[in-house]
Design a protein around this ligand. Structure first.
Ligand code: AVJ
Ligand code: FE
Length: 408
């Protein structure tokens, strides 16, 4: 909790009041609101609900509660120093309570609190990213060869999806068996170099590649490249970042592929088909560290898709770097039980949010694992979102995977 808080405060270090209160996009609250909401949520669950304390700083409740007021009304905030005092006062009481709290009954809640702070900090990071000046894009001078990333084949069979460790959020539970036919999945997220061929072939003007909702969205939002598109050739091997689901879907159709279902993504990321075992992370069960992937502001930007080691299946960059869109609607697993409150996941089981997997360069280690499920409306592109593609089993990919295995 201390390490997480140190990183949280670092995001706000020296921030001016304008940045603290600015709402750069109507779908997001100002960063200052997120900071207050972190304190509010910690006090609500650990001090009020668990310790049985009276509400601390009741004057902040309406402002910082999840459902207190509309996002647009959250721009009038106390100064950063006051919100920091609020955080400190709550934290002091929380650590006092930690001395006597029955952790054997509450560990799940404490771990949830840590992940709640982690997730809000990722939102802070993406709001700050939105406010950064982006370089004007010039017409591309470079002439990189169009290329689609190579694929690996995942053999048919059952795997275990989900997570029921103490960290598992309500929407990850329970672990359950899922059968998938053989399929092929991209080794890496789609890179700038690969996506450039879509842009240069006028993919953004070509109705053939777009779903009807996607095309409608594009007419109302006439974008011509991902939000965080970089012309600089040094980014050729970085993933595209800042795409809506619709753009990801259109690119996939353009290259004759499709977006993975959540199960396809998770099986490739976490399942050892030979041993029949599931791992928490793409590399095994060891807690994330800087040798594994690009997460937790280690770089504070994207890195080349093959910078870190591949997993057992031969896929790179599954965790960290950019979130990856899946074709799956965010929905409950059978036997879902909401925790700690229905507003956390359950109210989003509305058939309007798609699942994203894997985490980004801003994701904290406590909220990054193969089973972790993020969700957003398909039109959203302000998150640090990219994607990779899949296709049904095809001879080319099958033989490539066999060659790889015999070489190993
Ligand atoms: C899972 C990132 C979509 O920020 O709205 C934080 C996480 N829920 N507090 C969000 C969340 C309640 C959620 N996302
Ligand atoms: Fe929250």
């Amino acid at each position: 909790m201390h390490a997480c808080r140190t990183a949280t405060l670092a995001l706000f270090d020296g921030m001016d009041h304008e940045t603290f209160c600015r709402q750069p996009h109507s779908d997001f609250s100002p960063v200052g609101w997120h900071l207050g909401h972190i304190a509010y949520t910690e006090a609500l669950w650990l001090l009020q609900h668990s310790a049985g304390d009276r509400p601390l700083f009741p004057e902040y409740h309406r402002l910082f509660a999840q459902d207190g007021m509309p996002k647009g009304d959250r721009v009038k905030l106390p100064p950063l120093s006051e919100v920091c005092d609020y955080l400190k006062a709550v934290r002091a009481k929380v650590f006092d309570y930690l001395q006597i709290a029955p952790l054997d009954q509450q560990e799940r809640l404490w771990r949830w609190i840590l992940q709640h702070e982690s997730q809000h900090c990722e939102t802070v990071a993406l709001i700050l990213e939105l406010q950064k000046k982006r370089p004007e894009l010039s017409r591309s001078q470079s002439n990189l060869k169009p290329q689609t990333s190579s694929m690996v084949c995942i053999p048919a069979g059952y795997f275990e999806q989900g997570n029921e460790s103490l960290d598992a959020l309500d929407n990850e539970r329970p672990v359950h068996q899922v059968y998938l036919e053989t399929y092929c999945i991209d080794r890496t997220p789609v890179t700038h170099q690969a996506y450039r061929s879509f842009i240069q072939s006028n993919g953004y003007q070509d109705v053939r590649w777009w779903s009807s909702e996607g095309w409608q969205w594009l007419q109302k939002n006439p974008v011509t490249h991902p939000l965080y598109w970089r012309e600089d050739p040094t980014y050729a091997n970085h993933p595209v970042c800042g795409v809506s689901y619709y753009e990801a879907e259109a690119y996939a159709r353009f290259v004759g592929k499709r977006l993975p279902t959540e199960s396809e993504w998770e099986k490739a990321a976490s399942w050892n088909s030979q041993a029949g075992t599931r791992s928490l992370y793409a590399w095994g069960d060891q807690f994330p560290d800087a040798t594994r992937c690009n997460y937790g502001h280690e770089w504070s930007t994207t890195t080349p898709v093959d910078r870190y080691p591949a997993n057992l299946a031969g896929c790179y960059d599954l965790l960290g770097n950019v979130w990856e869109w899946t074709a799956t609607w965010f929905d409950r697993y059978a036997e879902f039980e909401s925790y700690p409150y229905p507003g956390y996941s359950q109210v989003y089981f509305d058939g309007e949010h798609r699942v994203l997997k894997g985490g980004s360069w801003a994701t904290r280690p406590w909220a990054m694992r193969c089973a972790f499920r993020n969700w957003y409306y398909p039109h959203m592109r302000q998150m640090l979102s990219g994607f990779r593609c899949v296709s049904d089993a095809n001879p080319e990919c099958l033989s490539a995977t066999v060659i790889k295995d015999s070489v190993l």
